[in-house]
Design a protein around this ligand. Structure first.
Ligand SMILES: Cc1ncc(COP(=O)(O)O)c(C=O)c1O
Length: 366
């Protein structure tokens, strides 16, 4: 099996393109949100085939501002899956609304559409399906329920940049789609996020919300502040890093698909582990490859001793102190999350690295 190696779960990467683009911004002496931010927004909008994109400070603020743009606040309820990064629930809480947690379907760990329907009350104002690991999962079924009750859908597409599902990009199905550029995403701006939408009115409201109520970029002086807004601007400096990162986007996506396909094929006969499915043929992009593993914690420790780093899934939100609820309301997340793990998925991994990890996994379950 050869000697032990250093295999990253994920590793961000920046290069000379970013250095040059950041240097250009510094030399321009316009470090604030500006033309480079606009260019970044235009490129992302074009890649996702949507008319509008608004760059903001994080994926969390993308979710928060989307809910604000829909007029959601105190006294309202927003339905969120129990399996997601806690930011999804926290974004709801930030608006003053209540995050109502619902269970997930075991096949994809995405929102259970029936649990969603049962959780709808007179106070429900929106639903946030989450594309965990870049998978569309139950999105269409969730959208159908939302449509039946006339509820807007805010997509948490933080992990799903350019992942295609039923012929279009995830994040472009709902009223808005929210993406993250934190360092463990396919492209990063350090921290950062973007909201995409087809709706001009929502777009205009988002621009005001992220910039102190200004409908257009101002001077900081005698500007018109049409409504109440805040400061969630993505700067030219950050957008310069993002523009550099976009140049590697397609190559990274191809690697992420290939890494998943290798794990899927190499481990299909291995009893003890089952890799979650992605439809890479149709353009679904694994942000990271995930699996359900028997004796997960032991496997994780075994792999890490051999230099292969994994990441264990988030605890279900309902087990976290601020959102505590009994386990029996969430039978699927309670049962499956303790087995869920992200395998080493850094786009820098070679085919040989992935095969090495698969050898280790097979050895563990022998
Ligand atoms: C599913 C999900 N939602 C929301 C977020 C929040 O994004 P950010 O960290 O950019 O605020 C993340 C990532 O961090 C995420 O993975």
């Amino acid at each position: 099996m050869g000697e032990s190696r250093e295999i990253h779960w994920w590793q961000p990467e920046t290069g000379l393109d970013e250095i040059q683009l950041v240097q250009d911004v510094i030399e321009s002496n316009y470090l604030n949100d500006g033309d480079v931010t606009t260019r970044f927004e235009q490129l992302i909008a074009a890649r996702l085939d949507v008319p509008y994109a608004v760059a903001v400070t994080s994926g969390t603020t993308a979710l928060y501002l989307s809910l604000m743009a829909l007029g959601i606040g105190s006294g309202d309820e927003v339905i969120v899956p129990d399996v997601t990064f806690i930011a999804t629930a926290n974004a709801v809480t930030m608006t003053g609304a209540k995050a109502v947690l619902v269970d997930v379907v075991p096949e994809f760990l995405s929102m259970d559409p029936m649990a969603f329907e049962r959780a709808i009350s007179k106070k429900t104002r929106a639903v946030i399906p989450v594309h965990v690991s870049g998978r569309g999962g139950s999105l269409l079924e969730v959208m159908a329920v939302a449509q039946k009750y006339n509820l807007p859908v805010v997509e948490d597409a933080a992990e799903a940049l350019l992942s295609r599902f039923h012929g279009r990009c995830l994040g472009t199905f709902g009223a808005t789609g929210c993406f993250s550029f934190s360092p463990n995403k396919t492209i990063t701006t350090g921290q950062g996020g973007i909201i995409v939408t087809h709706d001009r009115i929502i777009h205009n409201r988002l621009r005001e919300l992220k910039d102190q109520g200004r409908p257009v970029r101002g001077t900081g002086g005698d500007d018109v502040h049409a409504s109440i807004g805040f400061n969630f601007k993505l700067t030219n400096l950050q957008a310069a890093v993002g523009l550099g990162q976009i140049t590697y986007l397609d190559r990274r996506i191809e690697r992420q698909k290939r890494i998943y396909e290798l794990y899927r094929d190499e481990l299909q006969e291995t009893r003890g582990i089952s890799v979650f499915p992605f439809n890479t043929q149709e353009g679904e992009v694994p942000q990271w490859t995930d699996a359900l593993a028997e004796r997960r914690d032991e496997l994780d420790t075994y792999l890490s001793i051999q230099g292969a780093c994994c990441r264990r899934y988030w605890y279900p939100i309902h087990t976290q102190q601020p959102y505590k609820e009994p386990d029996d309301r969430f039978p699927n997340s309670t049962r499956f999350i303790p087995k869920a793990i992200w395998l080493p998925s850094a786009f820098q991994l070679t085919d040989d690295d992935v095969r090495y990890v698969c050898d280790l996994i097979r050895n563990f379950y022998k």
